[in-house]
Design a binder for this molecule. Structure first.
Ligand SMILES: Cc1cc2nc3c(=O)[nH]c(=O)nc-3n(C[C@H](O)[C@H](O)[C@H](O)COP(=O)(O)O)c2cc1C
Length: 172
């Protein structure tokens, strides 16, 4: 049983937190649940970079992998810890999608759907991210990526970050 952490925001399992950005990651849309949980008003969010809700516990390399994928038009899932305006946090499973203009074959923007994850998953991923963040702070992002890849391989499943996240409930 996980201890109750008063700094963690409890999410409703039936509701998604949705946001959209332009091609540069500037927020262009968010649904009511996203604004409610973030603690910001829509006016405070629209027009801002999406890192407005970035939690300092998140390794940068996760976002590097994210941007590498979505900017190529490939979707990706990721477990993310986010920071609300009041300093509280929440863990979500996020599905990122690229919106492409088919006429010009260019990226119009990106959409993210977030939902609650189980404590088992967030605890496991938190443990991985802590180690990765430590390496990143000591040795930089490149070493952190190598460390993450090695860590996942070590699990003997021949997985990388993308398929770990795609199969999160199979692995954990
Ligand atoms: C559609 C979309 C949704 C995003 N959602 C989040 C999010 O929920 N939390 C977050 O920290 N970063 C999110 N990002 C990534 C941010 O753009 C940014 O890369 C990240 O917060 C790291 O900040 P930095 O680039 O300043 O290091 C999202 C990006 C896109 C395109």
């Amino acid at each position: 049983m996980k201890e109750i952490d008063e700094n963690e925001i409890q999410l409703d399992s039936n509701r998604y937190l949705v946001s959209e950005t332009d091609a540069k990651g500037v927020i262009t849309y968010c649904n009511d649940y996203f604004t409610e949980i973030s603690g910001y008003t829509r006016e405070e969010l629209i027009g801002k970079q999406h890192n407005i809700i970035r939690h300092p516990d998140m390794p940068r390399v996760v976002f590097k992998l994210l941007w590498e994928r979505i900017s190529q038009g490939k979707n990706i899932n990721a477990v993310v810890k986010n920071l609300a305006k009041n300093g509280k946090y929440y863990w979500v499973f996020t599905e990122f999608q690229t919106r492409i203009d088919l006429d010009t074959n260019t990226v119009i923007g990106y959409t993210a759907h977030r939902k609650l994850i189980s404590d088992d998953v967030s605890n496991t991923i938190e443990n991985i991210y802590k180690q990765v963040l430590y390496v990143e702070q000591q040795k930089g992002m490149e070493k952190a990526q190598e460390f993450l890849e090695a860590l996942l391989k070590e699990k003997g499943r021949d997985i990388n970050f993308v398929n770990l996240m795609d199969n999160i409930y199979k692995f954990y």
